[in-house]
Design a protein around this ligand. Structure first.
Ligand SMILES: [Cu+2]
Length: 164
């Protein structure tokens, strides 16, 4: 399968269109930013929410910040972090965004940083994909395609979004 590594930002948008519908998590590159294997959990029952996870790498000399995200398939997308408050898991909205250090990375994974996707216009099942546009302070908009999979790299610990 063709990868989208090392494409310019302009080509990346076109590549995302070509890859829409492809199975399996892909990597997406725009300028200094590479997004590795974005994935999301399938929705459960009538739930209209899910969370997306990915590793964001910054190959550049300057730090960047993921400031927001949006999707055509969802009414509302927010940057969240799951944190323990005593023995209760709580969601915190990250109004300052998610920092991606120069020559570093930010890891969005279950029980930690995630992109909360709310008000989905249809259920998501394993094997589906959906578009997501990440907006960075410096890099600007980076369109990606999120693959819906059972558990990705997660080591158990599911269900933390059930209360949403
Ligand atoms: Cu959340």
């Amino acid at each position: 399968m063709r990868r989208t590594r090392h494409l310019t930002a302009a080509l990346a948008a076109a590549a995302v269109t070509l890859l829409a519908g492809a199975a399996g998590a892909e990597d997406f590159t725009a300028g200094a930013i590479t997004v590795d294997g974005p994935w999301a959990r399938p929705t459960i029952g009538e739930a209209k929410n899910t969370a997306a996870y990915m590793k964001i790498e910054n190959g550049g000399d300057a730090p960047d910040t993921l400031v927001s995200a949006a999707s055509d398939v969802a009414g509302h997308v927010m940057l969240h972090e799951s944190r323990m408050d005593g023995d209760v898991m709580k969601m915190v909205h990250l109004s300052d965004g998610i920092a991606v250090p120069a020559h570093g990375s930010a890891e969005l994974k279950p029980l930690g940083l995630h992109i909360m996707i709310m008000g989905l216009n249809k259920p998501l099942k394993a094997g589906d994909t959906f578009p997501l546009v990440l907006k960075f302070e410096k890099q600007g908009e980076v369109p990606i395609t999120v693959s819906v999979g059972k558990d990705g790299t997660a080591a158990g610990g599911g269900g933390m979004h059930d209360h949403h």
